[in-house]
Design a protein around this ligand. Structure first.
Ligand code: TXA
Ligand code: MG
Length: 536
């Protein structure tokens, strides 16, 4: 038993003390943006060997080396290829680890007999400061006991490592929350060995192409040799058995409701209230919300804490995030925690396509439809149809906005003017229209075997919760303006005003599984994309 020092990352002297411990061959847990790392001087084989002991880590699972200046690559790798520099330029400092052929300077304790080494340049200011002051690259796996969920808070690290290492440097909660994306760049095409916040699509954008190793999504096949040793161990796992429910959030929510007595539930925020107040509250031992169903960044931040906090329950039932693009990292960790024990709750793909006016989302929806043979639900057209048919929705609108009543019909111009100028009025209108359009979408899904939903306000309307995949379409500002002006016959001032009233690109990056830029070359790589989007 070692007396573990607790150091504060808010105090420069204590950061310096952590660096000294490391430079002298000690072990210190440090915060990074992904998860806390258990660090040692990467050039000191003896120090690195102690990491394996403290974690109970299998001897054949290599460590990632952390640097804070690019020059270090030339000491660690035999060759620094152009593609590495491109990725570094795009994503470093940040949650990306690149695997390349190592030099003799890297001790075997780090690489565990492989001829490669993974290197990462973290973004977290405290991590960078420690590496800089220690004046050496740091080997650091996640600072958990081997097999347990990775630590994303100081409390997690303390729980696993107190008494086993020299010090823990406190740096608050990790803001990414799942470990870095690991990409093998020894070959011509980048191969993703572990998904994370830097997605396959983002890497492909920089290099032209990239793919994800099959073992990531399906697990290793009988007798298959892993590309990354970490793939073969049960991982990220609490002691309780974990079961995942995959598919559209509204469908998985229903299944998770059947959790047995004593089970814990990890679910999206939209459903947490329902579980907590359901009559079965007494049966479910804990409800741990993971964030809104579309919020991949929040899922990543919450995932390990949720798994840890539910430990001890008879079972953990999890509403699984969507698995492609930005969701791939969290889903990979959950699949491993569950030992690939999952159930599909939605039968056919439901692909939501969304974007701002002029992004060309309807065009992309049409191309996807041709590629996959699925019908398209056009939310704008449905809305107009409902307005003209004078049914239930019209009645409710006229009741809420009597001044737009034009002989029993809605004067659309008058209505548009009211809601454009008054936020509360807009919300009132949407509280009427969204459920009506969502109901139509539900019917459409039921009547088709796989479909595409073309919806401008996909998440806001709740229709996103019916989807198994969500594609965001973005386009450059001037392209969008041109398209709106031509399509709607309006001038540039009006087109600008219309765009200004809508969410910015960041919203689509944050809330969609995958985003594509459509500046006119829309069909590029579309069949590959379509195949990703139909995976259930
Ligand atoms: O975000 C992160 O990467 C965190 C923080 C602390 O930086 N570190 C981390 O390390 O997650 P660790 O050891 O828990 O996971 C490293 C993963 C393992 O699955 C390992 O098998 C794989 O990366 N790996 C390391 N070196 C490799 C190599 N040379 N070739 C293939 N896979 C490698
Ligand atoms: Mg780990």
């Amino acid at each position: 038993m070692i007396k573990t020092r607790f150091l504060s990352g808010k105090d420069n002297n204590e950061i310096a003390e952590a660096a000294q411990i490391l430079a002298r061959g000690g072990l210190c847990a440090i915060p990074t943006e992904t998860v806390y790392g258990l660090a040692a001087d990467a050039y000191n084989g003896k120090a690195v060997a102690k990491i394996f002991e403290a974690k109970g880590r299998p001897q054949d699972n290599p460590l990632i080396v952390h640097i804070e200046k690019l020059d270090r690559l030339y000491d660690l790798w035999e060759e620094v290829p152009e593609r590495a520099l491109k990725l570094a330029e795009a994503f470093w400092p940040g949650p990306l680890t690149m695997v390349m052929t190592k030099t003799d300077k890297v001790p075997r304790e780090v690489s565990c007999g492989l001829d490669t080494v993974g290197v990462r340049f973290p973004e977290h200011p405290i991590a960078r400061k420690v590496i800089q002051l220690a004046d050496t690259p740091l080997a650091a796996p996640s600072a958990n006991l081997s097999g347990k969920p990775s630590p994303t808070t100081f409390a997690h690290v303390k729980e696993d490592m107190d008494g086993r290492i020299d010090a823990i440097l406190e740096g608050g909660d990790c803001f990414v929350g799942v470990e870095s994306t690991v990409v093998d760049i020894t070959g011509d095409v980048a191969r993703i060995l572990r998904p994370g916040a830097i997605t396959e699509e983002m890497i492909a954008d920089v290099l032209g192409n990239a793919f994800t190793d099959s073992a990531v999504e399906e697990g290793l096949k009988e007798g298959e040799k892993p590309r990354s040793p970490g793939m073969k161990y049960r991982h990220y796992a609490p002691a309780s058995p974990v079961k995942l429910f995959c598919g559209a959030p509204d469908d998985t929510a229903k299944k998770v409701m059947d959790a047995p007595a004593g089970a814990a539930v990890i679910c999206f925020n939209e459903y947490a209230y329902g579980y907590e107040y359901a009559s079965r509250l007494s049966a479910v031992s804990k409800v741990s919300p993971l964030g809104n169903s579309w919020d991949h960044a929040m899922h990543a931040r919450r995932i390990f804490d949720a798994l840890r906090s539910c430990d001890g329950a008879t079972a953990i039932y999890v509403q699984c995030p969507r698995r492609m693009g930005a969701g791939a990292g969290s889903v990979n960790r959950l699949m491993r925690a569950a030992g690939f024990n999952f159930e599909k709750c939605t039968q056919y793909p439901v692909i939501g396509v969304t974007g701002r006016s002029g992004s060309g989302k309807s065009y992309i929806a049409k191309l996807l439809s041709e590629e996959l043979g699925y019908p398209v639900f056009d939310a704008d057209a449905e809305y107009k149809k409902m307005l003209e048919s004078g049914g239930e929705m019209t009645r409710k609108i006229l009741q809420a906005f009597p001044s737009v009543n034009d002989k029993g019909k809605v004067d659309r111009r008058a209505l548009a003017k009211i809601v454009f100028e008054d936020k509360a009025a807009k919300e009132l209108l949407e509280s009427i229209t969204h459920p009506c359009v969502a109901e139509k979408a539900s019917e459409f899904i039921k009547n088709s075997k796989g479909c595409i939903l073309d919806v401008p306000l996909l998440h806001e309307s709740g229709i996103g919760r019916l989807c198994t995949a969500v594609l965001g379409v973005i386009a450059d500002e001037d392209v969008k303006l041109q398209r709106i002006m031509i399509r709607d016959g309006i001038d540039v001032t009006m087109a600008k005003a219309r765009l200004a009233a809508q969410s910015d690109d960041k919203f689509y990056y944050d809330s969609c599984d995958i985003t594509v830029r459509n500046n006119g070359e829309g069909s590029k790589n579309l069949s590959k994309l379509a195949q990703k989007l139909i995976k259930l």
